[in-house]
Design a binder for this molecule. Structure first.
Ligand code: CUA
Length: 355
């Protein structure tokens, strides 16, 4: 074999070895990425994460989560080391049998029974200690009650005694424990604002409670956390925590009936709405529209989103939603409309005036 052939054989062998190592490395790299993904995801800003707590309740939950993660990681690491040791020291078929003396049973007894009992009992005790801190405060300790009814697929929000009904958005004053009473009008949903407290199931015919108390002003995203049908993933909402004075202003405005149309175009827009099937599902306080199946529209224009967190609440998206809601959220209960261009423009102008 000449020198050139030898060299090329050598190169092929080396590249095969490199290819082999790279091939073996790929699953490891993917594994590391999969392990890191939730951690990296938890680092994003305003991320609807239990790991960026904004209340004392979610602070406790996050602390418990870290303790459990670290304990699990340590135990997993020890088990892996023992596994490697066992593999490295494996015995051949001719090896003498293991001693069956009493001394040999201590390690499995401690490692397999005592350690798990101590670890699990410790984590259980920590969980018991955390539970009351995330449980609903007594009615007298809370400054405000909000009722939220889960519906496929939006959140029907009302403030009892305040004549306020809205959708997909809760406003709360900062630093005040708010009693949120949840139930469902159809299937089981789950009310969850990860930065403020734990999940609470919304069950038809039953009222469950959770306390929300935000330490700082901000907008916190919430999400339905129980599979409830086709649009479960598009069942989100926002909790807006704001200083008391700002909250009081919001509440006072929301308790007003809808502003009467101030121009001929708005008048026409209102007529379009009141003359259509919209009135059977939607309420606009101060008009004949009093349907209860869909979201209340009395102050629609002041809300952040359309379709329960799905779309920004802007005129363009609102037009698209009115014409073909099934395109954006297939399976939802709202049928499309076929309005003329001028009727649609008037209706949009009217809805945009509902602040
Ligand atoms: Cu409602 Cu999932």
């Amino acid at each position: 074999m000449d020198r050139a052939t030898k060299r090329s054989d050598h190169n092929i062998g080396a590249s095969r070895r490199r290819g082999g190592r790279a091939g073996r490395r790929a699953p490891v790299t993917i594994g590391v990425f999969l392990l890191l993904a939730p951690i990296v995801a938890g680092c994003a800003e305003n991320d609807q994460s239990t790991l960026s707590p904004k209340s004392s309740a979610s602070d406790e939950i996050a602390r418990l989560w870290w303790v459990m993660l670290i304990a699990s990681a340590v135990i997993f690491g020890v088990v892996l080391v023992l596994l490697f040791v066992a593999v490295l020291r494996r015995r051949g078929p001719e090896s003498p049998p293991l001693s069956s003396g009493r001394g040999g049973l201590w390690i499995p007894a401690v490692g397999g029974i005592v350690v798990p009992i101590v670890v699990l009992a410790g984590l259980f005790a920590l969980t018991l200690r955390t539970l009351p801190k995330t449980s609903p405060a007594s009615a007298s300790a809370t400054g405000l009650t909000i009722e939220v009814v889960g519906r496929q697929w939006f959140w029907d929000v009302s403030y009892p005694g305040k004549d306020v009904r809205t959708a997909n958005e809760l406003h709360i004053p900062v630093g005040v424990p708010v009693n949120v009473e949840v139930s469902s009008a159809d299937v089981v949903h789950s009310f969850w604002v990860p930065e403020l407290n734990r999940k609470i199931d919304m069950i038809p015919g039953q009222t469950n409670r959770v306390t929300l108390e935000a330490d700082q002003a901000g907008t916190y995203r919430g999400q339905c956390a129980e599979f409830c049908g086709l649009q479960h993933a598009h069942m989100a909402f926002y909790v807006v925590a704001e200083p008391r004075a700002k909250f009081d202003t919001w509440l006072a405005r929301e308790s007003n009936p809808a502003a009467p149309p101030a121009t001929p175009e708005l008048e026409r827009g209102q007529q379009v709405l009141l003359g259509s099937a919209c009135v059977y599902c939607h309420t606009i306080d101060g008009t004949n529209a009093s349907g209860k199946i869909g979201p209340d529209l009395t102050h629609l224009a002041s809300r952040m989103s359309l379709g329960a967190g799905l779309l920004p609440n802007s005129k363009g998206y609102l037009a698209g939603w009115i014409l073909d809601p099934q395109h954006f959220k297939p399976g939802n209960k709202m049928p499309g409309t076929d309005l003329s261009g001028s009727d649609l423009q008037a209706l949009l102008a009217y809805l945009e005036s509902l602040r």
